[in-house]
Design a protein around this ligand. Structure first.
Ligand SMILES: Nc1ncnc2c1ncn2[C@@H]1O[C@H](COP(=O)(O)OP(=O)(O)OP(=O)(O)O)[C@@H](O)[C@H]1O
Length: 585
């Protein structure tokens, strides 16, 4: 039962893998045509040679012999030209398919919600793009074309042998059948070790990723040696099964030679007897010997191609499963294609919990008016950042509704919804590109002048000009060459360049010193006129002039008002302010 199910899965996966040929079907058909003519040519050569030996040579005349040699040379040249076209087409098809597959993966990667990245380690995602695509690619560059090519190269001469001299076919098949048994045994071993190898490859890749990403922690904690040992152990887990899978593949390869010898021996034993008794002409015998070679070798090639295909399918499964993942946050099929012109935000009895966790937001109702500045404050873990993420639909609410400009955000096209936001997070990721490109990411059409203007407003221009190449300075992976405060200012410039009607700031200035923070705040204030601003703030002195302050506790609003009114209440907000002042002292 289990085996049956596995087979079904293999077939399904194989068909899925082959479905990538669809967009390049015309090229593929041309490719198959070239292959077909090549095989026809390869089969013509032995037949023609047999004809020359039996019918032309005995004439002892130069002209017919020369004509035959010219025909043979013509066939060989045709095969060579077709071979060049064949391999060129193979590369074009494979490249196009790989490009399509990588595009599908990238699109899916973008569509998947935060919850996917929280669940799946980054190393595993990188491995998917690296290993899984590369190994699956083998199907297009080599395995499938070779399978079809060799199938034709086996079936056509087999038919000629069966109808011409069936005993020769039986001789070829005896060697092949012995090979099947030996191969089956070797294959079981290979499948087993390949399965272990695939899993171990992912684990070792993850270890390598951890070693690179956590380099600071490893050095700081003095656990470098422990980690090296662990990583080497992970790599060994990969190496040993790989060694065994290679051994069994070589073992199988050796048995090809052995079984081929058995078939050839039987062929000569019986064939030479036929020639001696005059039942077979020498030329025919030589022609058959070519076909024998094709039937014997052609057959064994499958036993190389099939396990290699199985190996590639192991990886294709990762791609298939990944591409079939459903994002948590999905666009409604009948979503409204409206461009918003009202930017008030309303939470209506919203409840939310991260997967497998306690409720974080509890039946919360709130109106954030358009064009006003609203701050969200509360103790650590009270759900402030979560609230911002819900506004941007990074997660979907479990209960209730979030409305924007009167529309349920679930009903809006994601692109239309998110184009209205400018986010600045506490942790900013910068791409390993120039500072200019990192800022332009907010609005790729912006001019250099606009980039500089946004940088000046974000108090970033001065430090950018002090870097080695100014706006062309490459910031390193994640922006490692910049300080936390510098990264934050670039992120603010990026957001300012986008000129969104809604600005969401999640402790956006937490890494700045007081003077820079005041300058950035001033710029933001100038720009934020008539914009909806929602700020998660820890430094409560920065939100004194806000229109409204929401105080959260365990995902519920416990206080709401202006800075002064909340201070007068002497409730939780008041305590937070006093605690904050004490902490700063
Ligand atoms: N992706 C996640 N998966 C599971 N739980 C999460 C996730 N993100 C946050 N949480 C949990 O949700 C709760 C609220 O987190 P959130 O980041 O919204 O709080 P916060 O008020 O912004 O905290 P802080 O002030 O410390 O930034 C916390 O208990 C946190 O552990």
């Amino acid at each position: 039962m289990k085996k049956q199910l596995e087979r079904k899965e293999i077939l399904k996966l194989y068909l899925w893998t082959l479905s990538y040929f669809k967009p390049v079907i015309l090229l593929t058909l041309f490719y198959i045509l070239c292959g077909g003519i090549m095989i026809w040519g390869e089969l013509m050569i032995p037949r023609r040679m047999g004809y020359v030996i039996d019918n032309v040579l005995p004439l002892k005349e130069m002209v017919p012999l020369r004509n035959q040699i010219l025909i043979l040379c013509g066939i060989v040249v045709l095969i060579l030209i077709l071979k060049a076209i064949f391999y060129f087409l193979e590369q074009i098809i494979a490249n196009k398919i790989t490009k399509n597959q990588q595009t599908d993966l990238m699109v899916k990667l973008q569509k998947l919600g935060f919850s996917y990245y929280e669940k799946v380690p980054t190393g595993q995602i990188i491995s998917l793009f690296e290993n899984a695509v590369k190994e699956t690619q083998q199907t297009y560059t080599f395995l499938f074309p070779q399978f079809i090519y060799n199938l034709a190269k086996f079936v056509v001469p087999s038919i000629v042998l069966i109808f011409g001299e069936p005993i020769f076919f039986i001789a070829a098949m005896i060697g092949n059948i012995i090979y099947v048994f030996v191969n089956q045994f070797a294959n079981k071993k290979i499948h087993y070790y390949l399965g272990v190898e695939t899993k171990a490859a992912h684990a070792s890749q993850q270890s390598l990723y951890d070693a690179i990403v956590a380099k600071t922690e490893l050095k700081a904690m003095g656990s470098k040696d422990w980690f090296i040992e662990k990583t080497i152990e992970d790599f060994n887990q990969f190496r040993i099964p790989r060694m065994w899978s290679v051994f069994w593949r070589h073992f199988r390869y050796t048995t090809v030679g052995l079984t081929l010898t058995i078939s050839i021996f039987l062929f000569y034993f019986y064939g030479l007897d036929l020639v001696k008794s005059g039942e077979l002409l020498l030329g025919e015998f030589i022609g058959y010997s070519f076909l024998m070679g094709l039937v014997s070798r052609g057959f064994s090639v499958f036993f190389y191609i099939i396990p290699a295909q199985y190996h590639a399918l192991n990886y294709a499964k990762y791609l298939h499963d990944f591409l079939k993942l459903e994002p948590d946050v999905r666009e409604d099929n009948n979503c409204l294609k409206v461009e918003l012109d009202q930017f008030d935000i309303e939470f209506k009895n919203v409840s939310f919990a991260y997967k497998d966790s306690q409720p974080i937001i509890n039946n919360l109702s709130l109106i954030i008016p358009a064009g006003k500045k609203t701050a969200i404050v509360g103790e650590s873990g009270s759900g402030k950042s979560t609230l911002l993420k819900l506004i941007g639909r990074f997660y979907d609410v479990n209960q209730g509704q979030i409305l924007m400009g009167g529309y349920d955000i679930k009903k809006l096209k994601l692109e239309h919804l998110r184009q209205n936001f400018g986010y600045v997070f506490q942790d900013t990721y910068l791409f390993n590109m120039s500072i200019r490109d990192n800022i332009k990411f907010g609005n790729p059409d912006a001019s250099d002048e606009e980039v500089i203007k946004a940088s000046k407003l974000a108090s970033a221009h001065q430090f950018i000009m002090e870097t080695e190449d100014g706006y062309d300075t490459i910031v390193g992976e994640g922006g490692v060459r910049l300080s936390g405060g510098q990264k934050q200012r670039i992120s603010i410039a990026r957001m300012l360049l986008k000129k969104p009607p809604i600005i969401l700031l999640d402790e956006a200035t937490s890494a700045l010193d007081n003077v820079t923070e005041a300058a950035v705040k001033q710029s933001l204030e100038k720009l934020a006129v008539n914009k909806t601003v929602v700020t998660v703030a820890h430094r409560l002195s920065t939100i004194m002039d806000y229109d409204s302050i929401i105080v959260l506790k365990a995902g519920k609003i416990v206080e709401e008002g202006t800075y002064q009114s909340l201070m007068d209440q002497k409730g939780l907000f008041y305590q937070l302010v006093i605690r904050g002042v004490n902490d700063e002292l």
